[in-house]
Design a protein around this ligand. Sequence first.
Ligand SMILES: Cc1cc2nc3c(=O)[nH]c(=O)nc-3n(C[C@H](O)[C@H](O)[C@H](O)COP(=O)(O)OP(=O)(O)OC[C@H]3O[C@@H](n4cnc5c(N)ncnc54)[C@H](O)[C@@H]3O)c2cc1C
Length: 617
Amino acid sequence: MVVETLFISTALKTIGIVGSTLWIIPLIFAGISYYHYDKLDPESPIINRRTLYKEYDFVVVGGGSAGAVVASRLSEIPSWNVLLLEAGPDENEISDVPSLAAYLQLSKLDWTYKTEPTGRACLGMNNGRCNWPRGKVLGGSSVLNYMLYVRGNRHDYDQWEAMGNHGWNYENVLHYFKKSEDNRNPYLARTKYHNQGGLLTVQESPWRTPLVLAFVQAGTELGYPNRDINGAEQAGFMVAQGTIRRGSRCSTAKAFLRPIRLRKNIHIALNSHVTRVLINPSTMRAFGVEFVRNGHKQIVLARKEVIMSAGAINTPQILMLSGIGPQPQLSKFGIPVLRDLPVGENLQDHVGMGGFTFLVDKPVSIVQDRFQAFPMTMQYVMNAKGPMTTLGGVEGLAFVNTKYGNRSWPDVQFHMAPASINSDAGVRVRKVLGLTDHLYNTVYRPIANKDVFTLMPLLLRPKSRGWIRLQSKNPFVPPVINANYFDDPIDIKVLVEGAKMAIKIGEAQAFKQFGARVHRIKFPNCRDFEFGSDEYLECHIRTISMTIYHPVGTCKMGPSWDKEAVVDPRLKVYGVEGLRVIDASIMPTIPSGNTNAPAIMVGEKGADLVKEDWLQR
Ligand SMILES: Cc1cc2nc3c(=O)[nH]c(=O)nc-3n(C[C@H](O)[C@H](O)[C@H](O)COP(=O)(O)OP(=O)(O)OC[C@H]3O[C@@H](n4cnc5c(N)ncnc54)[C@H](O)[C@@H]3O)c2cc1C
């Protein structure tokens, strides 16, 4: 994403800096341990339990955006024992730095998935496959993400309810969005759509370029107000808010697990890869899970429930490995079918137009070479300010409607970043995107390190549906991911309209002060089309088809008559006792906006459903 561009620049510098000041770190740590600060500080790292009980009331699989919330909330009941099993390790100092977000991709904290080639999208990526990063770390994808705090449109949730999911309408879910939130921008915190005092800190980055103000101004030129896109109405332009706290990333691990790490009734086991849910075939009841930790296979039992929070790719994979899934898929691998359900189907993601670059004549963007690493790092470490606090590089957000959408339910979102694929001279962003050398060298190398900004239009409600399927019976082999972008032809049409709007924004009066103009070197595979024509824009979109990393929907929530449903509106897996899914995979349709806040909301509401079901017995 355009975004990565930004941090990339800051990142490279930063790493140099961190290196040269490493001597200070042991001193700080020595001081902290001397005062046993960890016992008092609610932000001290969690305790990684080596020895586990044989049985817990609840076993939560995956400590990501939703799973961390679920485990934290369930452990509020003192008489319940909760085990959280997470495949990855804990967060680290690098993952705390907002501007370094893209540096985590392709690292040990990333599951490093890739989509299948389809010939319709990701054409500019190596082998026609898009990278699909996912967090393999406590906090999950909330540790890899760009921290943008967006809830989606009220109609999304009213639609969930209308599909037969009682209790999931906007008013219901707003309660849970607010429950988590500690909004530290007073102009928003005071409104009825926000909250102060929740566990999850939300605020604007303390640093920004003048380009984002021009972006918001350009929106008003196009007839869109500057408004809280998480408030009463969504259509409008805004300086982005993010899940950061005092300039650093506020993952769900930091927000929901660290403050409760001393509770006696929650155990967290890191580096514990769950391979299977144990289900009794005669009672059809889930009674535990099998997992591998440090090379040893282990089993842990669940008295009340197993809760799957492994995310939209791994939750369906684990369910299928456990005998819950489409019969033909399971039989293909000789897995006994316990329950034939459409697990892994209904995959939806937000795809956008990546690398749409505007050149500017003033030194206002993020260019790697311009940042002085030492002062920048000091600004971050001492004051929690400066370029290192940028939300993965994204500064502005907007929701607009094309001719195919409407004002109350926009169909296109813009991410505005003051950098692009050229901003780190090809060192990192192109790698994270997996761009071919030919594409990079032709289009972006000629403007390496030049001042630019990017506008990324993305499709909010795709009609195309993809799927997750097993590639092997081996739980350590990644599943097959077919994002199936642009399978439905309307999807590309909407995005082409979004691209045309991006050109209008970039050419607005507000950007003229910077001499903004579209970067016009044609993509090599699109040369036959006139630059800026619908055909050209379509070709660009199919070439750099940018995932915004929002896969959802693969264990669809729906009423009993919904043939596509895997879980009921209380998130219980159909036909299996003691098994729930609480993560982004339950979303029946993708919300119109970034999916981290919605996944956290699902965690909050899911935990309440569990409490209701067990405490009212
Ligand atoms: C690079 C990137 C950028 C993003 N940017 C944004 C953004 O700016 N704003 C936004 O709103 N959203 C963003 N998102 C999306 C958002 O972060 C996700 O939608 C959200 O985190 C999904 O939450 P989840 O709980 O469903 O899954 P996850 O957070 O992915 O959690 C799943 C957890 O389960 C663990 N797990 C998986 N398999 C196993 C297993 N077998 N055993 C044990 N544990 C397992 C994983 O390691 C992980 O910790 C981004 C995502 C990525 C990857």
